[in-house]
Write a protein that binds this ligand. Structure first.
Ligand SMILES: [Fe+2]
Ligand SMILES: [Fe+2]
Length: 128
């Protein structure tokens, strides 16, 4: 999706971005309401810090997506703003995979994680 947006221009760039924004926001909401609270509750201080950092990175992504939404696609700063969003999101996905998922698997059983799939997807759909 990021690559598609980088290659698009004008109105199609803006509409692809709107889809990305909706998907990412819904994904963040689902993580924050279904996954993160249980991981945080069951973690030690270091584990809690991982969850708190993930939430702050969501905020950073939301802030940057808000800027992009309010900037017209032909503004010369749009691509620069989008490049920063890409950095924030790729950094976040990387840390989430490396640190957060590892922590989640440490404090939650496979059954507990599996039981989250359905509510997670429901929350994501509702947020869209
Ligand atoms: Fe996340
Ligand atoms: Fe995620």
């Amino acid at each position: 999706m990021i690559k598609k947006i980088e290659e698009a221009s004008g109105e199609s760039k803006k509409s692809l971005f709107e889809t990305l924004k909706m998907d990412v926001s819904a994904h963040h909401k689902a993580e924050e309401s279904v996954l993160f609270p249980d991981v945080k509750k069951k973690s030690d201080e270091d584990g809690k810090d991982i969850v708190l950092e993930m939430v702050e990175e969501h905020h950073l992504g939301s802030y940057q997506m808000g800027l992009l939404e309010r900037t017209s696609a032909d503004n010369e700063t749009w691509d620069a703003k989008f490049a920063v969003l890409k950095e924030v999101l790729t950094h976040h996905m990387d840390e989430e995979e490396k640190d957060l998922f590892k922590q989640a698997k440490k404090v939650l059983s496979n059954d507990e994680l599996t039981a989250m799939y359905e509510p997670f997807e429901k929350k994501e759909e509702a947020a869209k």
